[in-house]
Design a binder for this molecule. Structure first.
Ligand SMILES: *Cc1c(COP(=O)(O)O)cnc(C)c1O
Length: 395
């Protein structure tokens, strides 16, 4: 029994590749080649070198003393907020740009909602001197202006998606259309453990460096490599997939995934997929997502743009269904409280997404001697305006 993907990209009943005929060749090439490329010595050497010298890895595993005292346990923070560009997303874009090069691709496309994945993609394209087009909903271009400017600074072209609700799912559709029209020279860098096989498995492998480091760092600091708990927030689920990866098949370690419940699970303004979602096919894989009776996607809501996604990756759908991971949720309000708490207790201002993971600490029943690792997926600079708007600076 394993919680990893099988060779067809299935996690239990979830995963697979449900794609239009026109993408068949691209996806099949990726499926056939991704493992031999990313497991080759040359690839591993370059990936590791860039993670070290460019991203700044290993990121620290920091014993948060004052936070531990508050919750009567031992809490370590895995500092992905200290990665170049301020979040874990760059681990994946570095991996995928190297893969694209190995496949002989000369052009990159990506979709982005809040712009974080767009920035991480534009960054690695600049690094490699490869053309980059980022699709972004017209509404998101308006509300995420600083990230649009960043992408342009880095030399990427930002193309607005003007269909539907003009947000992430429309940008994803546009990116798919582009890929169908440019199958030979273009690679599509997907930003989370979502999409058709092999993307969920591939992205999880690139992010697995998080738990790989956690193991030796914990061993160094506590004498054992297994914590009692690993806690991470889940949008599509890539930071959680990376933080869980090396513990998935080791059930001594309790895995806690935290979704955004927005204004409340029953408010109609939420992104708590495991509670509100049903099985179906979303963005090329079978998974759980929020949908109407006839299978139309329900627009999610969360204060944090990175968790504002109607589904979760298939790995997480399976972890939920099997009970291997426990899925909890936090509201906008709880996340804001957690932002202030970490800022004042540890001098670390977390991203809004990350704050959802921190927000469940108060609901847990930890023992003093237990070891808890919280994955700090990103830093809060991008959310400062939201924090000020909610008066966090005046508390
Ligand atoms: C994008 C983002 C997330 C959510 O994405 P996952 O794929 O679920 O990890 C979480 N935290 C930060 C800081 C992000 O930028």
């Amino acid at each position: 029994m394993t919680y990893q993907a099988n060779k067809y990209g299935y996690y239990g009943q979830y995963g697979g590749a449900f794609i239009p005929e026109m993408l068949h060749n691209n996806i099949e090439t990726l499926q056939n080649k991704y493992l031999s490329i990313i497991e080759s010595e040359a690839f591993k050497k370059e990936f590791k070198s860039l993670l070290k010298h460019y991203v700044g890895r290993p990121t620290p595993l920091y014993l948060a003393k004052r936070l531990s005292e508050r919750y009567n346990t031992t809490i370590f923070l895995k500092r992905e907020d200290l990665c170049h560009t301020g979040a874990h997303k760059v681990n994946n874009t570095i991996g995928q740009i190297l893969l694209a090069k190995a496949l002989g691709k000369t052009r990159i496309i990506a979709e982005t909602g809040a712009g974080q994945h767009g920035v991480a993609t534009a960054t690695v394209c600049a690094l490699m001197g490869i053309d980059c087009v980022v699709y972004m909903g017209a509404v998101d271009i308006e509300r995420q202006a600083p990230n649009v400017k960043r992408m342009k600074m880095l030399g990427a072209e930002v193309r607005p998606a003007n269909s539907g609700s003009k947000t992430l799912k429309d940008a994803t559709n546009e990116a798919m259309r582009d890929w169908i029209a440019n199958p030979n020279d273009t690679h599509y860098i997907i930003g989370s453990v979502v999409g058709p096989h092999p993307f969920p498995d591939m992205v999880a492998r690139f992010q697995s460096v998080i738990s790989e480091e956690m193991k030796w760092q914990l061993k160094e600091q506590t004498g054992k490599e297994d914590p009692d708990y690993v806690i991470a927030c889940v949008g599509g689920g890539s930071n959680a997939a990376g933080a869980f990866y090396h513990y998935l098949d080791n059930d001594i370690v309790q895995l806690i995934a935290v979704e955004a419940s927005g204004l409340g699970v029953d408010s109609g303004e939420s992104a708590a997929t495991t509670i509100l979602g049903k099985p179906g096919v979303l963005h090329g894989s079978k998974t759980l997502f929020m949908q109407t009776e006839d299978g139309q996607v329900i627009e999610p809501y969360s204060i944090s743009a990175g968790l504002d996604y109607p589904g979760i990756g298939p790995v997480h759908a399976n972890l939920f269904e099997t009970g291997r991971a426990k899925f909890l949720h936090a509201t906008d309000e709880e996340a804001l409280t957690a932002v202030l708490e970490l800022s004042r207790l540890e001098g670390i201002i977390p991203a809004l997404e990350t704050a959802h993971a921190l927000a469940v600490l108060k609901n847990m029943d930890f023992k003093q001697e237990e070891v808890v690792v919280v994955n700090i997926s990103g830093r809060g600079d991008k959310d400062l305006e939201t924090y000020i708007k909610h008066g966090l600076d005046k508390k």
